[in-house]
Structures are given as structure tokens and as C-alpha cells.
Design a protein around this ligand. Structure first.
Ligand code: SAH
Length: 345
């Protein structure tokens, strides 16, 4: 099988071109064609026929296929089910905000973390996605917008909050980020990519050195060891205090912060006392809190919190002067909200 063109970052592409004595300008032309213009057809921009023939002959240009599309009638959220070459499926969500979109990408088929509140975890881990399958979700969603919502094909934020634990598939995720950030590629703005982790320390150890221009979000959900162990089983292996020592070492530039995600679950972690512990833990840290009311899914063992509890929780955090956002569920009518992604047949 030919290697995928979409597995190459810019420097890989330059290496291929150099090793095969092709014209150096082909790298920028090809990246531009595929990632900036996002053309589906063969590149016919300003490129030597010999270079074009070489890539056509030696590389695969196919991308994951869109299997189904669910459009929310409530808020224009779009959920894609992609079919991969080996027939596995993954989901991707486009989340609208002010005529623009954020895209929520998957990094694995299923997930090994087995978090007790997450629908994806029930699938177990099937396999890692390749870089081309990650980048492909973006390109296909962009093209879908161009066709179905012309003029709206503006995806300005990328979040790795779909299926999978991105730091458990570090190399492929890192390369996808490099393609997204490349000035010759999609040139997504700096600080417009966020990778969310359950606290996978082997990945956090590599973070500062290897993907410094990407934002990090930690799924925190409880400050208490026993409760966090129940919610996120890998907390037993990678306990929160250790996770935080690695996160605290990440160098942040002026406008950057770490996002702490906190799912509010009814009568489990939604009391004012929980909020106070959270505020205390994050005081002195460059933190931004995302409060996510738990989203129910078929068979889930937890309940969403009452709305007044959510407000109350935020009010306590406000007294700590930590910026806090209540993340309202989008796309929940098509099971596209956080933790509702499950692509099992
Ligand atoms: N594995 C990564 C990324 C995937 S989850 C991580 O754990 O961060 C992305 C976000 O969705 C996380 O904050 C996760 O905790 C949240 N989430 C998962 N299931 C949810 C549910 N049922 N309701 C609300 N949020 C959920």
C-alpha cells in the first residue's frame, strides 16, 4: 500500500522531494493546494509534470469517507461519522459560533481510558488514528461546509476533544498539529488548537519540548483522589498531583492559559464545597475553567446537574477570581455533545 500524502508534515515533504531530486518549490505548491485551497482534485498549480507524476505514483491521496452526517436542527451543529479504510468508524463534530466553526476531532478509534462518564470509553480502544485520518476529518468537514453551507467554510478553532485520548497517540496528533500550524498548510492561528487530556503523563512529559504552540486542557472533574479514581481510572496510575506537576512546568506565553475541564454531575461533584476545593487547587495557576454539565447518553449511570447548582458552582469560583465558562451543550439532539460520541455499529 502506498503511504498517504497526508501523513507528511512540511519537513517530511521537503525530505521526500530532496531525496528524489525533485524541484524544491513543489513542497510549498503541494501543501498550498491540499491544505490552503483544500482542493480535492489532482494538483495542477505551478508544478513540474515530473513532480506531479512522482507523487501520483508513490503516494495515496484518499481521505476518510463521510458515512453519515447529522445536522442539529437546534443549533446547526454537524456530526460526521467517518468510515476508515478498515471499516472502523470515528466521529467529528463541527460546532458553530458566530458564523464560524470549531471542529472537534477524534484521535483514536474508541479509547483506552474507560472514564465512567464517557460514552466513547465503553467501546474500548480499537486503534490509533493516523495523521492522515486526523487531518482528513478536518479537510472533509471543510469541504462539506463549502458544498452545503457555502461561504461558511471557516473553521477557526481545532479541539482534540472527540473520541480517544490524544496524548495516548502522541506522534500522530503532534504531526497533525504541525500540518495545521504550518504557514504553508492550513495556517490555523497560534493558540487556536487545544488538546484535551485525561492526564496521560507519558504524553505530558513530551509536551513542552514537542508541541509548545498548542493549548492544553486537562479533564479534571474532581479534586478528590477517590472520586477522580472513579471517574478517570488512569488517575490510579497517574495521580492528579503528579499530573499537575508536569502541567505546571509547561511554559505559557502571555495570553496563554491551561484549561481545566470540570464535568458537573448531579449529587456527585456539584456542591459548593466541591467548587471551593476546585478554586483552592487552581489558585495561583494560570487557569481557565470550563464547567460542563454532564451530558447523558443511553445507559449512563450519572445524572445532569440542576441548573441552579451550576450557577451556584460558578459563583463560588468567581470569588476565587478564576475565569470560568459554563459550556452549554451543543448538538445534544444528535448525540454530538461531549461524551456522547460512540461509533460502535
Ligand atoms: N480523552 C480526552 C479527550 C476526550 S473527552 C480527555 O479526557 O480530555 C473531551 C471532553 O469531554 C473532556 O473534558 C471529557 O471529560 C468530556 N466529556 C466526556 N464525557 C462527557 C459527558 N458524558 N458529559 C459531558 N462531558 C463529557
Amino acid at each position: 500500500m502506498k503511504p498517504s500524502f497526508y501523513d507528511l508534515n512540511y519537513s517530511d515533504l521537503e525530505t521526500v522531494i530532496h531525496q528524489n531530486n525533485l524541484n524544491r518549490s513543489a513542497a510549498a505548491v503541494l501543501f498550498n493546494w491540499h491544505y490552503k485551497k483544500k482542493e480535492a482534485a489532482q494538483c495542477f498549480d505551478n508544478i513540474a509534470k515530473s513532480s506531479l507524476d512522482f507523487f501520483e505514483k508513490n503516494f495515496d491521496f484518499s481521505l476518510p469517507e463521510i458515512d453519515t452526517v447529522h445536522e442539529s436542527t437546534k443549533d446547526r451543529t454537524v456530526k460526521f461519522l467517518f468510515k476508515l479504510k478498515d471499516n472502523h468508524k470515528v466521529e467529528t463534530v463541527l460546532i458553530p459560533f458566530q458564523n464560524k466553526y470549531s471542529i472537534c476531532l477524534s484521535s483514536q478509534v474508541g479509547c483506552a481510558m474507560n472514564c465512567s462518564f464517557c460514552f466513547t470509553g465503553e467501546q474500548g480502544l480499537k486503534r490509533n488514528l493516523t495523521t492522515s485520518e486526523i487531518v482528513g476529518q478536518f479537510l472533509k468537514a471543510w469541504r462539506w461546509l463549502a458544498t452545503n453551507r457555502p461561504g461558511e467554510e471557516r473553521i477557526l478553532n481545532i479541539v482534540f476533544m472527540g473520541q480517544g485520548e490524544p496524548l495516548h497517540n502522541f506522534d500522530a496528533v503532534k504531526k497533525a498539529c504541525e500540518i495545521f500550524l504550518s504557514q504553508y498548510g492550513t495556517s490555523i492561528g497560534v493558540q487556536k488548537i487545544t488538546v484535551s487530556t485525561a492526564g496521560y503523563i507519558p504524553g505530558l512529559k513530551r509536551w513542552s519540548q514537542e508541541i509548545p504552540r498548542v493549548n492544553l486542557a486537562l479533564s479534571l472533574h474532581s479534586t478528590l483522589e477517590e472520586k477522580r479514581n472513579e471517574l478517570i481510572p488512569i488517575n490510579k496510575k497517574y495521580p492528579l498531583d503528579e499530573v499537575l506537576t508536569y502541567i505546571d512546568k509547561i511554559p505559557l506565553n502571555k495570553k496563554q492559559f491551561i484549561t481545566y475541564e470540570y464535568i458537573l454531575i448531579k449529587d456527585f461533584n456539584d456542591s459548593p464545597a466541591d467548587a471551593k476545593q476546585l478554586g483552592t487547587l487552581l489558585t495561583g495557576r494560570t487557569a481557565y475553567i470550563n464547567l460542563i454539565p454532564f451530558n447523558a447518553f443511553p445507559g449512563s449511570r450519572y445524572q445532569p446537574p440542576n441548573l441552579d447548582k451550576v450557577e451556584q458552582f460558578k459563583e463560588v469560583l468567581d470569588t476565587f477570581k478564576i475565569p470560568t465558562l459554563i459550556r452549554t451543550a451543543k448538538g445534544d439532539d444528535v448525540l454530538a455533545a461531549c461524551g456522547q460520541l460512540n461509533s460502535k455499529d
